[in-house]
Design a protein around this ligand. Sequence first.
Ligand SMILES: NC(=O)c1ccc[n+]([C@@H]2O[C@H](COP(=O)([O-])OP(=O)(O)OC[C@H]3O[C@@H](n4cnc5c(N)ncnc54)[C@H](OP(=O)(O)O)[C@@H]3O)[C@@H](O)[C@H]2O)c1
Length: 378
Amino acid sequence: MSSQKLSRRAALAGSLGVAAAAAVPARGMTADDAAAGLSFACYQVGDQQGLDSLRRGQATAHPPGPGEVRIAVRAAALNHRDLLMLRGRYGARQPEARIPVGDGAGEVVEVGAGVTEVAPGDRVTAPHFIRWLDGDYVPEVFAHDLGVTADGWLAEYITLPASALVHLPEGMAYAEAAALGAAGITAWAVIETLGRVKPGDTVLTLGTGGVAILALQIAKMNGARVAITSSSDDKLAIARDLGADITVNYRQQPQWQQVVRERTGGRGVDIVVETVGLGTLPQSLACCAPNARVGLLGALDQGGGQAPNLSPLYFGNLVLKGITSGSRRMLEDLLRACAMNAVRPHIDRSFSFAEAREALDYLDAANHVGKVVITDFG
Ligand SMILES: NC(=O)c1ccc[n+]([C@@H]2O[C@H](COP(=O)([O-])OP(=O)(O)OC[C@H]3O[C@@H](n4cnc5c(N)ncnc54)[C@H](OP(=O)(O)O)[C@@H]3O)[C@@H](O)[C@H]2O)c1
């Protein structure tokens, strides 16, 4: 990084706007400097034709406006949707200069007028739906979705509304907080909010990706028993190390629902975190105990467009609910619960900011278990 850039970054980082005061140019910085903004490194989604669309770029940060906070990014975490976004398969196409990645964590360096929630030096994260603070889902949250309809975390800096921020608990690493983001909130929404998990329940989740492994960890934190499937025995061994009680290789056991039912003594499972989609939903429903709660969130296999048989819903008195990530409140509750219970999200591999493309390729290859994160932002 150039010394000029370093000194500008230090100058901006030093402009510690006090609460309720407008952000002002830092000492040693002219008003013109502040108006011109700080140039920082980022990645952009480009033309969204595939992972090759990812490109390095420069963006400009201006002093944060009222209620805004500038954050120096320390870690970002990848999700399956980041791959879809670069492939132009996650909603409408976005501007080419859009900065990707919805999950991250960092250090507050500057606050705008009226900000009282955080101060420079604070360690923070945010849900990717930055306007979904609490309460029920409304579709409008998609208009402010980090890494999709708003600039995300794959950059040296991000500017966010203070209202969206959540403090990191003491002792939680930036990469861990980032890893808990979308995947953790989503697993939490199924297990805690929909599932009302209690000790002794059995939770089923599919595959060993980011959401599934966090579902495993959240379920174990609640004293639940966990059943998990995977394409790989090696991945299942890691799942067992993390506490999984029932592990099934769905390649070797295509009728894995029978194994799950047998291994639960014929009773079935109480909560399903359906990370795959409509393609596996019939088998997941076949695993359910009476009154089970099923959160449908995955889109990895949609069953070739064939409507799944939903009759087990009647006979089992089951609840099936679509899940669309979660709120700031859920993220706050999740971070606190993990900190209190010494649960650390399972991070498979960490890449540097310079290796962001390799990190996306690694996620795409699907050899990971849990989360893939990016650190070393320079
Ligand atoms: N609705 C929401 O709010 C929400 C939020 C987060 C994620 N999601 C969705 O949830 C899904 C998982 O996301 P993620 O970030 O956890 O993905 P990920 O980390 O990329 O994990 C994918 C893993 O799922 C397993 N898998 C893939 N295809 C499968 C199949 N046909 N049957 C069984 N397992 C399969 C594989 O694990 P194994 O090799 O172990 O089988 C694979 O490694 C994606 O569709 C994502 O878009 C939705």
